[in-house]
Design a protein. Sequence first.
Length: 413
Amino acid sequence: MTDQHSISRRRLLSTAGAAGAAGLAVGGAGGVLGSTAAHHSTPLTAVGSTMVPFHGTHQAGITTPAQARGHIVAFDLAPGADRKAAAGLMRRWSAAAEAMTAGRTPAGDDQIALDAGPCSLTVTFGFGASFFPKAGLADHAPAALVPMPAFPSDAIDPKQSNGDLWIQIGADDPLVAFHALRILQKEAAGVATPRWQMNGFNRTPGATARPMTVRNLMGQIDGTNNPKPTDKDFDAKIFVPDKSGPQAWMNGGSYAVVRRIRMLLDPWDDLTETEQEQVIGRRKSNGAPLSAPAPTGIETTPVDLEKVNPDGSLAIPGDAHIRVAAAQSNAGATILRRAFSYHDGYRADGSPDAGLLFICWQADPTTGFIQIQLKLDGSDHLTRFIRHESSAIFAVPGGAQPGEYVGQHLLEA
Ligand SMILES: C=CC1=C(C)c2cc3[nH]c(cc4nc(cc5[nH]c(cc1n2)c(C)c5CCC(=O)O)C(CCC(=O)O)=C4C)c(C)c3C=C
Ligand SMILES: [Fe+2]
């Protein structure tokens, strides 16, 4: 097991999928924080000094606990940029990401994150389907990187969707996250241009009395029933199994499905709390499933989809989100959800332009997100309170080893 995986896994387990209040601090004199740590006369806090290693079997930012700040950005290759140019860009991006995630200053630094530690910074890189023909690598395009089907309730903006290259940045400090975004955008000059960019957030570590699963902007505890790295079939469901041949470059990788989902918060707020709980199938206060009697039910109480109320009705309604999305309702389909909330101001009608930057991870999008969304769209009560407005699927290769860059096995195949 790699350092990255072991640190991430321990943090994930210690916080039950929540943003950790105090991650593993890896720093101090002579530690991995390097030059930035040396500037500090007093030690950094746990939030500042927590480091998620860049190198590993899998890229960081997949099993890493939710971070307080996120940026996702898609780029298109510039006209004439070929495989060699793309390889140079991935090499520069990886070098900058490795330095910043270790708390060191990258080449061409602009001092935005000066004084801060790595703050759990992760940088995750992916390739969209349109990348492969442009880079002369059509024969290496993974079969799993299928076009996203159009779902009946979709309201997708193509300009805010897809893209040749994708970066997900997460950190527990907004300046550290922006710094990474700015450095990586500057490195792309002449090779790739931003296509779309979105900003998200989660709880700040330490904001709650104990580490908790995050709440979304509808006020629900969100992320409870995610698969855990300790689950027997976790790796098989979330990561691409090793193979040989032209797609071996995806060994240890995963597929990211990205959906910007606006929440219709005004109609949602018109519901009573009980009605809201019926939409999801869990209590808002503590996340307990509606099949667990209050007050004994807690967030981790197993869901009982068969449970009936004394009046004969289902305890978890037939159209409740957790029933329709459950693996049992979708031939075992399993995804790892790792979202950020967003708020981009107000729409013309005065309603908040806010919701979820829904990012989920799986070994194969067809048997993951697509399988579940085919069921949700139409039969999930939550559909009436959300709009899917942008969409993308990215092939996210395995992590780089020291001395390598992300995507090297593709670009130098
Ligand atoms: C296609 C997959 C999914 C989409 C799109 C989606 C959107 C979405 N979900 C919430 C809020 C919650 N989701 C919860 C559970 C849950 N959601 C999905 C899948 C999608 N959600 C799954 C597979 C599950 C787990 C189901 C189970 O087996 O129990 C929950 C409950 C708590 C939890 O387990 O995380 C909430 C709350 C929103 C607001 C949203 C779109 C904006
Ligand atoms: Fe959900």
